[in-house]
Structure formats: C-alpha cells, structure tokens
Design a protein around this ligand. Structure first.
Ligand code: PAF
Length: 280
C-alpha cells in the first residue's frame, strides 16, 4: 500500500491511473468492520481503491470531541494493508484547508443541512461538505462509498454531487452491526460495557417499529409510539430525534416500504445514530 500525505503528491501519482476505475472511501480513521465493508465493496467494483483518513475539524463544534476523537493511525494502516487497499491518503489540516479555517471556501445545502442532525450540530454538514468536496476534487474517483448509518450525510453528499454536476457516483452501503445489534461506529469505543448494553436497545426498538409496519401499521405517530415504548426501558438514553422519513428526508405522512425510521441520541456524551428501512 502506498501512503500519500499531500494533495500534490497523490495527484501526481494518480495520473498513472488514467485508464483505471478508481473507488474512494473517505474516513476519519479508527477503522472498524463498517469501514472494511465499504472497502470491500469498492474493491469489487473498481481497479484501484483509495482510502482517506482525516479527522475533519470543520465538522466538530468547539464543544465536541475533536481532541478526544480516536486516532489509532498505526493500527489503521495495518488493517488497510491486511485488506489490500491500494492507496491511503492522510493529509494534514493545512494541506486541506489551504489558508486556514476562517476564510476557507464553503458549500452549503440550505434545508437538508438544518434538519435532524443539522439542528443539534449546526456546523456539521457544512464541515462535511467542505471536506468531501475537496477530497473528491483531489482524488477524482469514479465512485465513492459511504455507510447508510449516516443516512443524512449520504443524502447530502448525493445531493451535492447531483446539483453540482460532479462526475462521481455515490454508493450507499448497508449498516454493519455489532453482535448485540448496535450500529458500528468509531464512537462506540467511548461506551462502557454497560452503556453498550443500553445502546443495543436502539436497534431492538427500531426493529419493533419495522415489525409493526410489516404487520400493517402505517401511521408514523403510532409506529413511533411503539418504538418509544421499547426505548422507555432505557433511562440513560437521551433521544435527539426519532422520525419516519422518505429517502429525501421529508417526514412521512403515511409510512411506506421504502421509508426509514431514523434515530439520533446520546448515552452520556456519546452521540449514536441508527436507522432501518421499514420494508425488508
Ligand atoms: O462519515 C465520516 O466518517 C465522515 O463524516 C467523512 C465523510 C469521512 C467526512 O469527514
């Protein structure tokens, strides 16, 4: 595996791949099975797979966990090599945000950036788009892979590439779960074993909603009540949002097969996301 640290280095190397199909997996490191599933999908569909590791400061607010965010780079490199990744791109902040963060060029999607996660984390999607746009321009891959756990992020990135005629295809990949059902996330390592046990109720509750839908329940309000009923047994879980939405994230009035139950919440200071599609 080759490792590049600056846009200039990787861009001059990428010139040799003019006839190859390149797949790209952007990450913030602290890699887990979820990331590996994106890498495998990219390897199946492309000649070359490039992974980036960059803990993006613009998607954290001053009160969030930027400094605490896990950065096990050596272990990540070992995992990437073991999984036959071709190229790792792991730049510094100054190489991505060329003249500092304050006056950096920004991208913003009005409505979609403000809903759900964007309501609690106002800076979040602006920061993600600032980074992902830069990474796409540097790497120039044909396809990029994102997990469905961050469903709103996936929708925003899809909308950005569509609206800006960006020549890249965005592929959403299914959530990978721990054995107790908890959606894999680099932040799960903040959880104590007891908290992990509490967190496993989230998926249990979402599955309950899904099974009620399959039994014929269509009212979003009643579906949410069923889910809340399971979550009531989870006193240490603070719910940020729990909604039933269409794929474009507008609220469903009557639930359909392709809609999703989307959830965000906190256990202590750890933010957790999850979602399931109603129809199997
Ligand atoms: O999903 C993530 O890990 C990050 O939000 C991303 C897309 C790599 C941007 O920092």
């Amino acid at each position: 595996m080759q490792i590049f640290y600056t846009p200039k280095e990787i861009q001059s190397h990428l010139k040799i791949f003019t006839n190859k199909q390149v797949g790209f997996v952007p990450t913030m490191g602290a890699l887990h099975e979820g990331h590996l599933s994106l890498i495998q999908k990219s390897q199946q569909e492309n000649d070359i797979t490039i992974v980036s590791i960059f803990v993006n400061p613009t998607q954290f607010s001053p009160t969030e966990d930027l400094n605490k965010y896990p950065r096990p780079l050596e272990n990540d490199i070992r995992l990437l090599k073991k999984n036959n990744v071709d190229i790792l791109f792991t730049p510094n902040q100054d190489d991505i945000y060329l003249n500092g963060l304050k006056n950096a060029t920004q991208l913003y999607i009005p409505k979609l950036s403000k809903q759900f996660c964007g309501q609690t984390r106002r800076h979040f999607f602006r920061g993600i788009l600032m980074l992902v746009n830069r990474l796409f321009n540097i790497i120039q891959a044909q396809k990029a892979y994102f997990g469905e756990k961050d469903f709103q992020q996936l929708q925003l990135i899809q909308k950005m590439t569509h609206d800006l005629f960006m020549p890249i295809e965005i592929i959403g990949c299914p959530i990978v779960r721990e054995s107790n059902g908890l959606a894999m996330s680099s932040r799960n390592q903040y959880l104590t074993p007891e908290e992990k046990e509490i967190a496993s109720n989230i998926y249990r509750a979402l599955k309950k909603g899904q099974s009620q839908f399959q039994k014929g329940l269509r009212s979003p309000k009643e579906l949410i009540e069923t889910i809340m009923h399971v979550l009531q047994n989870t006193p240490d879980l603070h719910i940020d949002y729990l909604d039933i939405v269409h794929n474009n994230l507008s609220l469903a009035k009557s639930a359909q097969k392709t809609d999703r139950i989307i959830f965000a919440g906190f256990i202590g200071k750890t933010r957790l996301l999850d979602n399931v599609q109603l129809g199997l």
